[in-house]
Each structure stands twice: as structure tokens, then as C-alpha cells.
Design a protein around this ligand. Structure first.
Ligand SMILES: [Zn+2]
Length: 373
């Protein structure tokens, strides 16, 4: 891996044809697990012109179908819309809010970060996560990571009455609040929730690029919900769509940061996941994608993990099984208020998956299916 990575030429000019407005809208949408409406509406807005039909499962996952030329196989590209965040656990008399986490975030990364509290009426208020200052702490306490129970949201108000007057109640959502930015090398894009809005954006863009291009397969772009709390939306959306081939997009760890031990560097191209803690990718499906990368001259690499999980972990076990694979986008600092992705990984992944969906026919599906027999 090190050899290949060190030889990788990374672009300095903006790479590929990337809709930055779409990525910004996906990233900035509010959508913690179980409350993904803000994000699914962004997906609907961008995908609807390319879709013949849009359906939802009961949990809120959105499935946009672009029909093929008739009687073709069904291929679905899944990206999860939910992000990690919090709910209001308690509003204290002094006006500070205690949090309960939805999905996992390391408290180390939370201090002084801005959040949005969204009320039942849909009103949004800005606050920030805080803690007592270190000045009064013992050296031992200062060296520790504060547990989430010790943190609180400061809304900048006098007391509980003022918080309640805003309409904020126990159970309201608390979402990381971060502005999308293009960084100093224009290929590096900063935002929140790249895990996994970038996957939903890939699925959306594949459908948009297939519009007007003849293809046999029925192609679904699926934005799933509740992945971060246990692949829940993938299970229900998988049933809804019932695909012959499933490709789950997810963020993977970036290896090009200090002290990194796992993952792939930003700008890898297409990252094909052979295995993670939830699924062993169908090898013939991996090879089919790899062959397209080679044919198109797109850089690719393999990712192998023993831990973690993606929507494919749920989808491949549905009914009597679904031929599935995970394709990953490296992201720096996932599950944090700020993360960074690379234009090349987005653009190359969209290009290769679009070509795969364009080519997919029953012969390809049978070849992939027979590889297990
Ligand atoms: Zn994810």
C-alpha cells in the first residue's frame, strides 16, 4: 500500500466535473439518525429530474428509480443520509442543555463546537458545546477525555424558562453546525457529515449522469436512514427496492493524516472494499468494478478491515441474499464537526459506478451470481 500510495500523483487543479453546490447542500443539511428529513429533501431535490419514480420506506429512506429499457436487472446504489449527533436529554434550571448521543462521537472533538437545536416546529437555534474550564481541575482530570455527561450546550440564555420559550424541549435534535468550504488546494473539501452524505451524493450523481443514456438495468439511487445506529434503514430500504445487485457507498478512514494506521489516502480514486466487520464483498462484483476502472484508466485501490460496517452489511443478508459490495470514499476526521474529502474520489467513483450501471445486464448478473456456486 505504501509503495502505491507514494507514487500516486495528486491533482492540484480542481479535478473532474463536481457539483459543489450539491455537495454543500448535502453536507450542511441537518439529519441525525432518525431525523433525516432535511437530508432526504436535499437528495430528492437533486435527484428528482433524473428519476421516473421516487418512493420511501416507512423509516424515511428514499429510493429514486431510473427505469431501464425493460426487463433488465435491478441495481441499487446506497448511501446513508444520517449523521451522528445528539438529542436534548435535559434542560437544566440554569438554561444549560445536557445531551444524549445518537451514534458515536468522541467527546474530545466536541468542545467549543457550534450546534443547531431544531424544535418540533422546525425552528433552528444556534448554541455551542461547552465544559467547565480546565483552570480548577487537577492535573489528572485535565489529562482525561471528558465524558459526554460532563458536557453541556450553552444557548446563551438566562435560564430554563428562556430555553422553553424558544420552543426547545427534551428530545429535540442537536446537529453539528459547520459551513462547507473549498480548502487551499481546491480538491480538498471541508464539511460535516461526509459520512455518509458523500455516498448519497454519489448515488444521486450517478442517476443524474445516466439520464438520457440508454441502459438495460433499472437503477436506484437510495438514501438510507439510521445507518449510524445499526444499519436499520438499509434493511428496510433493501426490502423496498429488492435489488439484484447492491453497491453501498460509505466513508472510510483517511490514511494520510498524522498517526493514521488504517484506511486510504485522499485522492485514491475508487476504493473497493473487500471486507469489513459487516460484509465480505462479492469478489466477482469487485472484479467487475476493477475491470471498469482499468478500462477507463481510473485509479483504484482495495480496502480491507476487520472492523466497522456499512449498509451492505444489512443488505447482503436480506431475503435469500443480495449480491453486494461496499465502495468507499476516504474522509479525514469522520464523526466530527469538520471532515475533509477529495474531489477525485467523488468524481472517479461516480464515473465508474455510472459506467457499471450503464453496462449491467442479466449476463453480468448471472456471471456474478454463478461465482458463488
Ligand atoms: Zn457511514
Amino acid at each position: 500500500m505504501a509503495d502505491k500510495d507514494s507514487k500516486m500523483v495528486k491533482p492540484t487543479e480542481p479535478y473532474g466535473d463536481v457539483d459543489l453546490e450539491m455537495l454543500k447542500d448535502f453536507s450542511e443539511a441537518n439529519g441525525i439518525s432518525g431525523h433525516e428529513k432535511g437530508a432526504s429533501r436535499v437528495m430528492k431535490r437533486y435527484v428528482q429530474d433524473a428519476a421516473d419514480e421516487i418512493t420511501y420506506d416507512a423509516l424515511g429512506s428514499i429510493a429514486a428509480l431510473q427505469k431501464g429499457s425493460g426487463n433488465g436487472p435491478k441495481v441499487a446504489i446506497f448511501g446513508h443520509l444520517d449523521e451522528v449527533g445528539f438529542l436534548v436529554k435535559e434542560i437544566q434550571d440554569d438554561g444549560f442543555i445536557r445531551l444524549i448521543n445518537v451514534g458515536g462521537m468522541w467527546p474530545h472533538l466536541l468542545l467549543s463546537q457550534e450546534i443547531t437545536v431544531t424544535t418540533r416546529e422546525g425552528k433552528e437555534y444556534v448554541g455551542f458545546i461547552s465544559s467547565p474550564p480546565p483552570h480548577g481541575m487537577s492535573a489528572e482530570d485535565r489529562a482525561k477525555v471528558l465524558p459526554l455527561e460532563d458536557l453541556y450546550v450553552d444557548m446563551g440564555v438566562n435560564d430554563k424558562e428562556e430555553v422553553e420559550a424558544l420552543g426547545i424541549r427534551v428530545g429535540d435534535t442537536i446537529t453539528p453546525r459547520t459551513q462547507f468550504r473549498v480548502l487551499n488546494n481546491p480538491n480538498y473539501l471541508l464539511g460535516k457529515a461526509w459520512d455518509d452524505r458523500i455516498g448519497a451524493a454519489v448515488a444521486t450523481d450517478v442517476l443524474r449522469r445516466l439520464k438520457g443514456v440508454p441502459h438495460q438495468a433499472d437503477v436506484y439511487a437510495v438514501g438510507t436512514v439510521q445507518e449510524e445506529v445499526g444499519l436499520r434503514g438499509a434493511t428496510t430500504a433493501g426490502y423496498l427496492v429488492n435489488p439484484d445487485i447492491a453497491i453501498a457507498l460509505d466513508a472510510t478512514l483517511a490514511s494520510d493524516v498524522p498517526n493514521a494506521k488504517y484506511g486510504k489516502p485522499l485522492g485514491t480514486g475508487v476504493t473497493l472494499s473487500l471486507m469489513d466487520g459487516s460484509v465480505i464483498g462479492n469478489r466477482e462484483l469487485v472484479y467487475a468494478l476493477e475491470d471498469i476502472c482499468k478500462e477507463l484508466g481510473v485509479d483504484f485501490a482495495y480496502d480491507i478491515f476487520l472492523r466497522g460496517g456499512t449498509d451492505a452489511g444489512a443488505i447482503h443478508k436480506l431475503r435469500s441474499g443480495v449480491l453486494s459490495v461496499t465502495v468507499s470514499i476516504p474522509a479525514r476526521a469522520i464523526h466530527a464537526h469538520r471532515g475533509v474529502i477529495h474531489r477525485k474520489d467523488f468524481a472517479d467513483t461516480v464515473r465508474v459506478l455510472t459506467e457499471f450501471c450503464r453496462r449491467l445486464d442479466w449476463d453480468m448478473v448471472e456471471k456474478i451470481r454463478r461465482s458463488n456456486q
